[in-house]
Design a protein around this ligand. Structure first.
Ligand SMILES: [Zn+2]
Length: 408
């Protein structure tokens, strides 16, 4: 296909949006429904309008720009919210590339049979009520309880956050009611890992997205004096956690290579120089492309913790905070993208994703596809997030050509 994205315009859009929500720490802080986010929303709607797209915003704050057609809608997008002090490409790149694709279709007056839409989903980063608030609202899998439990990391509830805005818990729950039927959903995103860069490939075609479990866990022992309590009489909760973290990591690395387990946050109580820790609270994050593996690990981790507890005289408890299932991306979409890569001589590799994306939520209602481009050193969620514009040019053109194929 001869049609190409206008790379200068796309670059300019990314740079412009990156000025909204600048953090004094050097990055971008644009959580959904913040002041910066509302400014970014106005900016985006302005761009959609200038591009001649029909704008729609739902009760969850998801923003859409549409080119009319007949039949089911072919949609592409991502999110414009960021983590606190994040980078300029995570999410924004997917929304603005999709916008650029639709602009090019309009400029070339291509007559495609199906409608095309660009989508920007609210709170993908989960700053408010768990990951993917907007896309989950879009497909209708939220409930009141999830929203009422939602809190920002600063302790504000979701309903407080929405006060004085045009949105409410009710409007979020209603958001899915007037959605168009979808033919397919495509997303382009930075990889957020080092594989493409290491393999020297500008394009990754994602064939599956890992399922993940977030648990809050705790070992309870007994706090005692660090100078006077002999080792054999201690019930050291931190040593229980150390055994646990090592054992679990070794087990996953040897029996389920490619799956992941991480202890990311630890609180020791009482937390002092001279006291043997009586309690260790920690987060447990484990992910896999295989549902069978996740089910096995769900049983394995507590049983290891019980063994350690009985040896060390501890008590173990755990609570599931969040849980998503692995998603296999449909062959049909991967094939369309492969064909486009081959025709354009874009080097690519088929790759699983360890991180979650809106595309995995959309996969619940339509055929969903995800394109990765490399990011320098695999860094994301950081002001250091960086891409090579040449990779984006290939990725955005691949998105354009794939949208055209699907909408023809
Ligand atoms: Zn993202």
């Amino acid at each position: 296909m001869d049609i190409q994205v206008n790379m200068e315009r796309l670059k300019k859009d990314l740079q412009e949006l990156s000025q909204i929500g600048r953090d004094t720490a050097g990055g971008i802080s644009r959580p959904s429904f913040s002041k910066a986010d509302f400014e970014a929303r106005r900016w985006l709607k302005d761009k959609l309008k200038t591009a001649g797209l029909k704008i729609r915003e739902d009760g969850a704050g998801n923003i859409f720009g549409r080119i009319e057609g007949k039949g089911k809608t072919v949609m592409a997008g991502s999110h414009i919210d960021t983590v606190i002090n994040g980078g300029m490409f995570d999410g924004a790149l997917g929304v603005l590339s999709a916008l650029e694709c639709l602009r090019r279709v309009k400029e070339e007056k291509l007559s495609l049979s199906k409608p095309l839409e660009v989508a920007s989903f609210t709170d993908e980063e989960g700053n408010l009520a768990g990951d993917f608030l907007g896309s989950r609202a879009f497909i209708g899998t939220l409930n009141k309880e999830i929203l009422e439990k939602g809190k920002t990391q600063f302790g504000t509830s979701l309903s407080q956050t929405l006060k004085d805005t045009e949105f409410s818990l009710e409007s979020i729950l209603e958001a899915h009611k007037h959605q168009p039927e979808l033919e397919a959903f495509l997303e382009i995103h930075i990889e957020q890992g080092p594989v493409l860069e290491t393999e020297d490939k500008p394009i990754g075609l994602v064939n599956s997205i890992a399922g993940k479990h977030f648990w809050l866990c705790s070992f309870r022992g007994e706090a005692s004096h660090a100078g006077t309590t002999p080792f054999e009489l201690r019930h050291d909760a931190f040593l229980g956690l150390s055994d646990f973290a090592l054992k679990c990591t070794q087990y996953v690395a040897t029996h389920h290579y490619g799956s992941m387990v991480t202890v990311g946050k630890v609180y020791l109580h009482p937390g002092a120089f001279s006291v043997v820790p009586g309690r260790a609270d920690f987060t447990l994050d484990f992910r896999s492309q295989s549902q069978k593996t996740l089910q096995e690990l769900e049983k394995y981790f507590p049983s290891v913790a019980q063994d350690i507890s009985s040896t060390r005289g501890l008590k173990f408890s755990s609570k599931i905070i969040d849980k998503t299932e692995p998603v296999a991306m449909p062959e049909r979409i991967v094939e369309v993208m492969k064909k486009n890569c081959q025709e354009n001589d874009y080097p690519f590799m088929v790759i699983p994703s360890g991180a979650g994306h809106d595309a995995q939520i959309l996969a619940g209602v339509t055929d969903s596809g995800l394109i990765f481009i490399p990011c320098e050193d695999g860094i994301s969620h950081s002001p250091q997030e960086k891409i090579d514009w040449k990779d984006l040019k290939k990725g955005a053109n691949l998105l354009l050509h794939s949208l055209i194929r699907l909408a023809e």
